[in-house]
Design a protein around this ligand. Structure first.
Ligand SMILES: Nc1ncnc2c1ncn2[C@@H]1O[C@H](COP(=O)(O)OP(=O)(O)O)[C@@H](O)[C@H]1O
Ligand SMILES: [Mg+2]
Length: 207
């Protein structure tokens, strides 16, 4: 068993060409509450992966166990989109990010909110795979879809500032082609962006 990644939430193991995602303890939470949260997140992520797999490329769930807090899934032997962007031509970037936008729209058309749309949670092999549905949920609300897009906007801004506008425009082009109610979501996205800016400028409240 080889450890290939460790974040705040999980350890990712590679074993016999399969990925095992194991949710790890959060020491600052009460032990029983922590266990319950991790079991629930494991169950939710496995379910969302299965649901999403009917719509877009995601790793196939091979086994999941809430009790042990592990999901065993297909190993996507590809590259993180995060590491490829600077190597691509402008045309390639636009093509890839339009496809990303279409995939997000397909999820949203089915009321799946990813919850953590970053370029570290997208892998490229022959297709683009979305991974890490640990913060995902089901919702038909325009607000939740707009916030999902806004998180991607923020992630691109902070990790890929050089190409940020080009990338997000491409995402929205693809998204528009595929999404059912574009106008409403776009309008809400503008509101969410403004809200974000306002929040950042507001002086911190003194307790
Ligand atoms: N199915 C998979 N195939 C290949 N690599 C994976 C797979 N799942 C996760 N990874 C690798 O592990 C990293 C962390 O996994 P992720 O599910 O995003 O966990 P975290 O919640 O810690 O971000 C990913 O960025 C990716 O590099
Ligand atoms: Mg991740």
């Amino acid at each position: 068993m080889k450890k290939i990644a460790q974040g705040a939430e999980a350890i990712i193991w590679l074993k016999d060409n399969k990925i095992i995602k194991e949710r790890i303890e959060k020491k600052y939470r009460h032990i029983d509450i922590d266990k319950r949260i991790r079991q629930k997140t494991t169950r939710f992520e496995a379910r969302l992966l299965e649901k999403a797999r009917e719509i877009i490329p995601v790793p196939k769930v091979l086994k999941s166990c809430d009790k042990a807090m592990i999901i065993e899934m297909e190993f996507i032997e590809g590259k993180k989109l995060r590491d490829e962007i600077d190597k691509m031509s402008s045309k390639e970037r636009q093509d890839i990010f339009q496809r990303v936008g279409k995939k997000v729209a397909k999820l949203h058309n089915n009321n799946i909110i990813h919850g953590d749309l970053t370029t570290s949670n997208m892998l490229i092999r022959e297709k683009i795979y979305f991974i890490d549905f640990g913060l995902g949920f089901i919702s038909q609300k325009v607000e939740d879809k707009a916030v999902d897009l806004h998180l991607l906007h923020r992630a691109l801004e902070s990790k890929h500032y050089k190409h940020f506008e080009e990338l997000f425009n491409a995402v929205m082009e693809g998204y528009k082609e595929e999404i059912k109610d574009f106008k409403e979501i776009e309008k809400r996205l503008e509101k969410v962006k403004k809200r974000g800016r306002y929040k950042n400028k507001k002086p911190k409240k003194q307790d």
